[in-house]
Design a protein around this ligand. Structure first.
Ligand code: FAQ
Length: 316
């Protein structure tokens, strides 16, 4: 057996024994690259994900709603930062990751390419988008890579608060005037299918799933998580008295799960490839933010250099 084969065997054994892989441990290059891809795309999703909700901060219907939304959007920025830091432990720089987002090589979640047209969309995003994010991210707290799994613990706690604030907005609207109720239903109609798409392609069409599950980066497949989300969320929609926009949705006694209709995969891939309703606008906003923030980065670097020089002088 070659040296690499032995190392690979020991590496897999560690994973099978539920031990965490840490930055300085030996790891296959493909494992490292898979993590850089997933964690950086996850970080980008958190940062781009601030934009649809950021759109409503100035128009929130009360001071309380504004404060809560502002805090939520700031949390997403924090998630992006933990995740960029986790990815940096794999030997990639933040600049390299951001460059890949800006030149369109790195992906971010398809969901954030849909517009937020009404206040009810803030409810639908919290309820459905954060709800789907939690379903996907709770298992990531047990991901085999230590820094990613630890970052996810705090992220999940915050996502849980986000989901509840979204549900509470939906509950208030669905118990409100007929116009508010209609607005909540319309938001559910527009965000339901894109939320299901967040879990990624069907298992048979998912090139990375099998290997990622063997490495315990992923603990459940895309379809398993999507099904769990449907089962939980349909019951929540009943509490809201809203109708899930899927004529094929039906409880399947035998399976013990809801059956649901076919996702429009053409729409999904179209959005993933950059042609969704807001892809261009989102990337342009991020590129501008990066360029406009250049002076802040320069100032911080100059300040750090000054501090280091002063410290050195003191020592000498
Ligand atoms: N959108 O083989 P798979 C949030 C790509 S955070 C765009 O199944 P994998 C918080 C995939 O990257 C939401 N692209 O890939 C929040 C791959 O392309 P590549 C983000 C997608 O990695 C809430 C190709 O398709 N969460 O919401 C999507 O095994 C509210 C083949 O797919 C995470 O990133 C998609 N929906 O499974 C923030 C969680 N789905 O890389 C603000 C961590 C798939 O070969 C407001 N990520 N693709 O070019 C994951 O769990 C996984 O990466 C999956 C995809 C499940 C997303």
């Amino acid at each position: 057996m070659s040296d690499t084969a032995i190392l690979e065997q020991q590496f897999q054994q560690k994973i099978d024994d539920e031990l965490r892989i840490e930055p300085k441990d030996w790891m296959p290059e493909t494992y490292r690259q898979t993590l850089i891809r997933q964690i950086s795309q996850h970080a980008h999703s958190e940062v781009v994900g601030m934009l649809p909700e950021g759109n409503w901060i100035t128009r929130a219907p009360s001071l309380r709603r504004k404060a809560v939304l502002l805090a939520k959007v700031q949390d997403e920025a924090g998630h992006g930062l933990y995740l960029y830091s986790a990815a940096e432990t794999l030997g990639v720089t933040r600049d390299q990751m951001v460059e890949k987002l800006h030149d369109g090589t790195a992906k971010y979640s398809s969901i954030f390419n849909y517009p937020t047209l009404t206040w009810a969309d803030m409810g639908a995003i919290g309820w459905l988008v954060d709800g789907a994010a939690i379903m996907n991210q709770v298992p990531l707290c047990r991901c085999s890579y230590g820094p990613y799994s630890r970052a996810m613990i705090r992220v999940c706690k915050e996502e849980s608060f986000h989901q509840r604030q979204g549900f509470e907005i939906m509950l208030t609207l669905s118990n409100g005037t007929p116009a508010q109720r209609k607005m909540a239903q319309d938001a559910l109609n527009r965000f339901w299918w894109p939320a299901l798409m967040m879990f990624g392609p069907n298992d048979a069409e998912s090139p990375h799933s099998q290997q990622s599950m063997k490495w315990k980066i992923k603990r459940f497949s895309n379809d398993e998580l999507r099904q769990k989300f449907v089962d939980v969320t349909v019951e929540q929609a009943k509490i809201l008295g809203l109708t899930v926009p899927d004529p094929d949705l039906k409880w399947n006694e035998e399976r013990g799960h809801y059956d649901f209709g076919e996702i429009n995969w053409d729409e999904f891939w179209n959005v993933v490839k950059g042609n969704g309703p807001c892809n261009r606008e989102r990337l342009e906003t991020r590129r501008n933010a990066w360029e406009n923030g250049e002076w802040v980065r320069q100032a911080a670097t100059a300040y750090a250099a000054k501090q280091a020089a002063a410290k050195e002088q003191k020592v000498a």
